[in-house]
Design a binder for this molecule. Structure first.
Ligand code: GLU
Length: 453
């Protein structure tokens, strides 16, 4: 079985709960799975973990689809856990029959008191399995009192070992764990059983997720075995935190993929930062998933925490913008109402933080009347009048600016800032901006002369 697996393409999954917006920290496991599948010609399954009916919403589930698509992740398969309950019921029935799923009647309060007593006595606060001592008569009497059972998975003793693709050999000792509750009193499932049942049913070969799941993996391996299913290979990647160690929370909305999108951040800047942080690779914004994928190696993900500086997102994004080709942004420029084709894009891209900021420079070139600077001196006015008189004849092309300013320099002796700044201010109303050689043609003669006057 394992030989067949290693030669066939992997099947991976990303399994978010639709209880909030995805943030850059959630993007990390999503991307590790996506890039792993991309590198190996594998299949990427999106699994919507919505068994928590109270906190899950359809709106968050659609937002997950949208945000992944924006990031550049396009799942091959999408499943929703609330539509797969029959599978979980069948697995629970099988586990009960095998004596691995047993009913417990303790209330949350009782369990809490018991844990406190254990702690006082210096014992680990592990469930003592007293429900296993109940007789049929005890259970019948508890049920007659109106109690409904929750169901625990009976862990087997003995070390659970697995070979993690990031961390190497990992051991989990079940003796330190409570038998996990798989089914709540109301019959709904907690995360563990549906996750394992789906991983088995969908033939997931590699489970790549955050290191906060390592202990779960120990439990889940026993569950795969109890269900007679093949155990996948695991990889636990470290969690992304901000520089000051702050974790990222789904509910805070901070650094959510949608807020980054709304700020005009390029998705590949987010993707590059989300996966390259905490690896031995230098952080560089790769322009597409394929090039990023070639720099991803699970074995090179650090075991320490992955700290990033949120300010780097925009910096990386800006670098990407400066290198985007016209073809890559043509639709977005169109949507933003920016004309001028490729020549305009190439004239301004080096000055942009966001692609959409091209609109500002488009407006400055063709739309916006430029107010003369209030602190213009008489000397400046005279210089601008001379500049207007010397504006080169013929079509305004990328050479016009040089011809023009060379002539003005020769005639006035002005140079550097003295020569260029008054012209830039008069033509654009700003002290800084795109190189005027390529930009001036978009202002053109008529507007140019009007602005100099
Ligand atoms: N829904 C779980 C989570 O968001 C999935 C964990 C897993 O990858 O198994 O933590």
């Amino acid at each position: 079985m394992s030989e067949i697996r290693s030669s066939s393409p992997p099947i991976v999954r990303f399994a978010p709960s639709p209880t909030g917006y995805l943030h850059i920290g959630n993007a990390r496991p999503a991307l590790f799975n996506w890039l792993f599948a991309l590198n190996q010609g594998g299949t990427f399954v999106l699994r919507i973990d919505d068994t928590d009916r109270e906190r899950s919403t359809e709106a968050f589930a659609s937002a997950i689809d949208e945000d992944l698509a924006w990031l550049g992740i396009h799942p091959h398969v999408r499943v929703v856990q609330s539509e797969r309950l029959a599978l979980y019921d069948a697995a629970a029935t099988a586990l009960r029959a095998a004596g691995r799923l047993y009913p417990c009647y303790e209330t949350a309060d009782e369990l809490d008191r018991r844990r406190k007593r254990q702690l006082v006595r210096g014992l680990p606060p592990v469930y003592d399995r007293s429900a296993l001592q109940l007789t049929d008569a005890d259970r019948a009497s508890l049920e007659a009192q109106g109690r409904r059972p929750h169901w625990r998975f009976k862990l087997s003793p003995g070390d659970v070992a697995f070979n993690d693709l990031v961390r190497g050999p990992v051991h989990v000792d079940p003796a330190s764990l409570s038998d996990p509750v798989l089914v709540r009193e109301d019959g709904t499932y907690l995360y563990t059983l549906p996750s394992v049942v789906d991983d088995a049913a969908l033939g997931i070969t590699h489970v790549i997720r955050g290191e906060d799941h390592i202990i779960n993996t120990g439990v889940q391996i026993q569950l795969f075995e109890a269900l007679g299913a093949a155990v996948p290979t695991f990889a636990h990647v470290n969690l992304l935190t901000t520089r000051d160690g702050e974790g990222l929370s789904k509910r805070s909305g901070a650094l959510s993929l949608r807020s980054l999108r709304d700020e005009g951040v390029e998705p590949m800047a987010v993707a590059s930062l989300a996966v390259l942080t905490g690896s031995s690779e230098e952080i560089h914004a790769y322009p597409d998933m394929t090039s990023l994928a070639s720099h991803i190696d699970l074995a090179r993900v650090s075991h320490a925490s992955a700290k990033f500086d949120p300010a780097d997102v925009m910096k990386l994004s800006q670098r990407l913008v400066h290198a985007l080709s016209f073809a890559e942004v043509a639709d977005r420029l169109d949507a933003a109402g920016v004309g001028g084709g490729e020549a305009f894009w190439l004239a301004v891209r080096g000055n942009l933080q966001r692609v959409e900021d091209a609109k500002l420079w488009w407006d400055i070139a063709v739309l916006q009347p430029i107010q003369p600077s209030p602190d213009l001196t008489g000397e400046d006015r005279a210089f601008l009048a001379l500049a207007a008189a010397r504006f080169p004849e013929g079509p305004v092309d990328p050479l016009t600016w040089k011809t023009w300013t060379d002539a003005l320099k020769a005639e006035t002796g002005r140079g550097g800032k003295n020569l260029f700044l008054p012209l830039r201010r008069a033509l654009t109303g700003r002290d800084q901006g795109p190189e005027l050689g390529n930009y001036l043609p978009f202002i053109g003669r008529e507007r140019g002369l009007a602005r100099l006057a």
